[in-house]
Design a protein around this ligand. Structure first.
Ligand code: ADP
Ligand code: MG
Length: 317
């Protein structure tokens, strides 16, 4: 492995707003601080570091707010909501990290870059959206909402009816050069929040927003490649990636090679909405020069840096 320590840390949106909590701002700040313990350890070890984060629960809450206040203030489109949430979460993560560094006497600048992520305007998911967002609705509300809001609503099997939006594949980041420059100067950059704000490029080179969401794991892999990171840490709710997840014959994995990861993904061990994109992100990163991907929980991040837990995905053993 190369001498210089350069990593991207991707924080799960569920690590900051937890399913079993109300999700008020005190809880969000407390969870944010907790989710940064391993990151501070990496900074102490001299890593150049970029941080990304998810936004699922936060965008879900924002959509509820917009719907509830529709008769009082004009609604915002999803693209702008994603941008607003990226700013708010960037502020929370950035300030929490700055405060930790101040207390530790570590002098490193921290900045949040609002990131636009370029997608293909002909991406199949724009024509046929499948990503569920926001609250659940009753069956008898569906037709009215589809007509009045222009939404597409589908059944989330076993859970109810929900709006679906495009989740196009990320291609590159508009702000990649500035992020790379800051990263190279040892600034800790928070970017690509929630996967970034999806935009496509018009024929004349201008940008146009897409009312959709981009997967934060796939976008984090793109970021890691663009800035020349060697390591990608994906922090989520499980300590290790497993085969036969949730079944009696579950096997937790310490290590996977790139070819193992591809095979297990093809065999269906990693579902599309959760572990699938993390493994796909690992594959994308390792195929484009990445040296190692570590998937673990925020609680186990410190141990995982030392190689004592988590699942490590590497090009070859
Ligand atoms: P995040 O908010 O961090 O992106 P997700 O819920 O999208 O988290 O994905 C992580 C979840 O994927 C885990 O908490 C776990 O419940 C689930 N999961 C699905 N398949 C697996 C697997 N094979 N191994 C481990 N976890 C899995
Ligand atoms: Mg996820």
């Amino acid at each position: 492995m190369s001498q210089e320590k350069k990593a991207v840390v991707a924080l799960g949106g569920n690590a900051i707003t937890r399913e079993f909590e109300e999700g008020n701002i005190y809880q969000q700040f407390a969870n944010t601080r907790r989710s940064l313990l391993g990151t501070v350890e990496m900074i102490k070890q001299g890593y150049k570091l970029a941080i990304t984060h998810g936004n699922g629960p936060q965008v879900g809450n924002y959509l509820i707010r917009v719907e509830a206040a529709r008769h009082l203030v004009p609604p915002l489109p999803l693209g702008v909501i994603v941008a607003d949430v990226e700013g708010g979460m960037g502020y929370m993560i950035g300030q929490s990290l700055q405060n930790k560094l101040i207390r530790e006497g570590i002098h490193r600048d921290v900045v949040t870059i609002l990131t636009q992520v370029i997608v293909d305007r002909d991406d199949p998911s724009i024509l046929n959206p499948t990503k569920f967002v926001g609250p659940f609705y009753q069956r008898d509300q569906v037709e009215k909402l589809q007509k009045e809001r222009g939404w597409i609503i589908k059944e989330d099997p076993g859970r109810g009816y929900r709006r679906v939006v495009p989740s196009p594949k990320p291609i590159t980041l508009v702000e990649r050069n500035i992020i790379r420059q800051l990263f190279d100067q040892e600034v800790i950059v928070i970017s690509t929040g929630g996967g970034g704000i999806p935009v496509y490029v018009e024929k004349d080179g201008t940008l146009e927003g897409v009312d959709g969401v981009v997967d934060k794991d796939l976008a984090s892999a793109i970021l890691a490649v663009e800035i020349g990171a060697k390591e990608l840490f994906i922090l989520t709710a499980v300590e290790k990636v497993a085969l036969n997840y949730g079944k009696p014959n579950q096997i937790d994995l310490d290590t996977m090679t790139l070819s193992d990861a591809k095979r297990y993904l093809a065999e269906g061990h990693f579902p599309p909405g959760s572990m699938g994109p993390k493994i796909q992100a690992a594959i994308d990163f390792l195929e484009r020069g990445g040296e190692i991907v570590v998937i673990t929980s925020v609680e186990k991040h410190v141990e995982a840096i030392e190689g004592r837990t988590g699942t490590r995905i590497v090009p070859l053993i």
